[in-house]
Design a protein around this ligand. Structure first.
Ligand code: SAH
Length: 388
């Protein structure tokens, strides 16, 4: 779909965009956005590699399968739900959003509509009373499973069962409902305690033919359509033959490593976050993958140990956070010398910084491409293949 500049001028694409600030490029047509991202990426990569044609999204709207709404009250004590105004804790009422899953937005509006008859008051941050703080919805793109997380200020929810019944009547497509308790004065949405009040407490989704379990707190890419394209490109660059030992560094819940496992002899995943590693182990079992092992560790320390033990590595996938990789990690890479490195990056500036290091040590950037994972925002995701 293309939202042309003319249309943009005729009618505002989003009435709250200036307050929200989430979509920095809301006023550009999708073609313009892709062109601008391609230009930024090409300039950054200029010293190393000429990018392939950028992979855009066919329908660049309503792509977020994880949707959050903050709840509060207006001056007349009516329940409102929406987003926080930029750099503040004021709630801007929003019923539908250009980039959020539409079903998720509908469910949030329904929940707001039910509150009064169930005498559930939204939480008031300043005065510290009221119950419902946030609603988080996660949707399985392929499976259609839907999880609703009600974030409450206290573990006691009055007329819980009737509320579940009423919500399920409006939205029978909901497959699980979880109460999360956040009693603290914090900007974190989710608290520690959780109670499953309907269904299994998690949803499943499929990505590149594998099934992944998504719990309220699991990391899972928010744009599944583009994630499949990103991972397909990563697999193409890796050119696995079935003989290789592969490392998936910064593996999160193990998605990339598991997708690679069908085409490799052995896969190792390393990730710092304990919960993500637990999900990764479960996901591997769920998909009956036996040639993969996950380790909870700092990726740099882990790779250094591998280097010191003289371990061999054929292909390295690395998908670090926005801050990029560490010198310790990159240094260990140059000691182990994998034949190919597939670097997946959500921040091309740190990608280029890390490339500079690797190129100095004898690697060549052979191919690269940007994938638009976040239309209407200024974020750029990219994959780069390095060989030695
Ligand atoms: N590859 C995954 C997740 C990428 S997000 C996917 O595509 O779904 C980056 C991941 O790096 C996060 O899960 C984060 O917890 C992890 N991480 C951050 N710093 C790390 C470090 N020093 N060592 C290992 N993992 C780290």
């Amino acid at each position: 779909m293309n939202i042309q500049p003319k249309e943009v001028k005729k009618k505002k694409v989003c009435p709250v965009s200036s307050k929200c600030g989430g979509c920095q490029w809301i006023n550009r047509s999708y073609d313009e956005q892709l062109q601008a991202k391609s230009t930024i990426f090409r300039k950054l990569m200029e010293p190393y590699c000429r990018p392939e044609h950028m992979i855009g999204m066919d329908t660049p709207t309503h792509y977020r399968n994880k949707v959050h709404a903050a709840f509060g009250e207006d001056r007349r004590h009516n329940a409102i739900s929406g987003i926080y105004e930029q750099k503040s804790h004021r709630i801007v009422p929003v019923d539908s959003c250009l980039i959020e899953n539409q079903k998720a937005d509908e469910i949030i509006v329904s929940i707001r509509g039910l509150l009064k008859s169930f005498k559930i008051r939204p939480y008031d941050e300043d005065r510290g009373y009221g119950l419902l703080r946030h609603v988080l919805i996660r949707i399985g793109h392929v499976t259609g499973q839907i999880m609703v997380v009600l974030v409450l200020s206290s573990p006691i929810m009055p007329s819980k069962n009737n509320f579940i019944k009423a919500l399920r009547k409006l939205h029978p497509e909901i497959t699980t409902i979880v109460v999360n308790v956040n009693e603290r004065d914090t900007s974190m949405i989710l608290g520690e305690k959780e109670q499953v009040i309907y269904g299994k407490g998690y949803i499943e989704d499929e990505l590149c033919g594998k099934t992944f379990r998504i719990s309220p707190k699991s990391f899972y890419q928010v744009n599944p359509v583009q994630t499949e394209k990103l991972y397909a490109k990563a697999m193409e660059y890796a050119a696995l033959t079935g003989q290789e030992t592969v490392l998936d560094a910064y593996c999160g819940t193990g998605t990339i490593g598991m997708i690679a496992s069908d085409h490799a002899a052995q896969v190792i995943g390393v990730e710092l976050n304990r919960d993500a590693v637990r999900d990764a182990v479960n996901n591997a079992k769920r998909n009956q993958i036996t040639n993969i092992q996950f380790y909870q560790n700092d990726a740099g320390k882990f790779l250094l140990e591998m280097a010191e033990q003289g371990k061999k590595l054929d292909v390295l996938f690395m998908d670090p956070p926005r801050s990029g990789s560490s010198e310790e990690f990159l240094n260990a890479v140059t000691r182990i010398k994998p034949k190919r490195i597939v670097y997946i990056s959500c921040n091309p500036e740190t990608l280029v910084r890390d490339l500079k290091y690797l190129v100095k040590k004898g690697y060549r950037a052979e191919k690269c491409v940007a994938v638009d994972m976040f239309p209407f925002t200024d974020s750029i995701e990219a994959v780069c293949l390095l060989g030695n």
